[in-house]
Ligand binder design. Sequence first.
Ligand code: DP6
Length: 323
Amino acid sequence: MTTVTARAHTNIALIKYWGKRDAAQMLPATSSVSMTLADFYTDTTVTFLADQAADTFTLDGHPQPVPAKVTAVLTEIRRLAGWSRSAQVRSVNHVPTAAGLASSASAYAALALAGSRAAGLALSPQALSRLARHGSGSAARSIFGGLAIWHRGSGDSDSVAEPLPMPNLALRMIVVVVSAAAKIISSTQAMANTAATSPFYPAWVATNEAAAQQMVAALAASDFPRIGHLTEQSSMQMHATMLAADPAFTYFQPATLRVWQLVQELRAAGVPAYATMDAGPNVKILTLAAHVDAIVAKLTPEFGQQLRVTGPGPAATVLEERP
Ligand code: DP6
């Protein structure tokens, strides 16, 4: 049986995905736009075995119960391959645990690529994006390097990501690790609660879908102030829907707001820096290479040990294929 190892890099959404219109099919409420990052990735190795009773899964060398999302991707691969073999999945995260960055995007993109190849399938990037989406929505975008848009689409077959042309800008992201602790509530659960109970949610869906289209235009124009503004707005509006949910909740910690305040001070001083936060307290600052030093200097007195600077990363790729 073929054993395949694939690598996929994580991504950070500039225009967020927050909520599903169909949870069974993993269809998002809105389109989203992201940047795949150079420094954080997952390597996943898959072998399908004819004589193994059940799927097995190890993470960073430790055997684990097989997560339902892994089963979802493997089930879809078996359907496409037309066989019922069980899989051995070994995953290694190269997202430093201290970085506290979500790894499901890189994990399910790597699984989709390694698993489909191990099953003898040669899927197009779009078909891989669809497959990765069945594990975790944000993974649909990690099939691609640089910038990607995940289209809301009309259904299962066309709710996929595609790469966007890189603007003529040296984009950088500074990750500020406020806490490496596990999420207080998973993004899957939090977005479902928000969509079901937040009166702000319908407004967010309408605004964010328009913002995705505006972001495509801003990227095409290499208009960094506009790109940054749209990025910060989408994140803050997403977090606002959670404050209005029942029960109300937030991922923000005091230090999250402190970093955002420093970002606003930088901007007031003429430094282009824009904050974005996901389902956790850490802050990612979108900027341009020429301004990284000024931002690091501003943050170092309070967050010096917790900064990681990265830029756009590559598409998912096969590292090794062994018979
Ligand atoms: C805040 O992709 O982790 O990072 O589809 O339920 O697995 P599931 O959720 P997931 O959610 C990501 C949410 C986000 C925003 C984003 O990446 O677009």
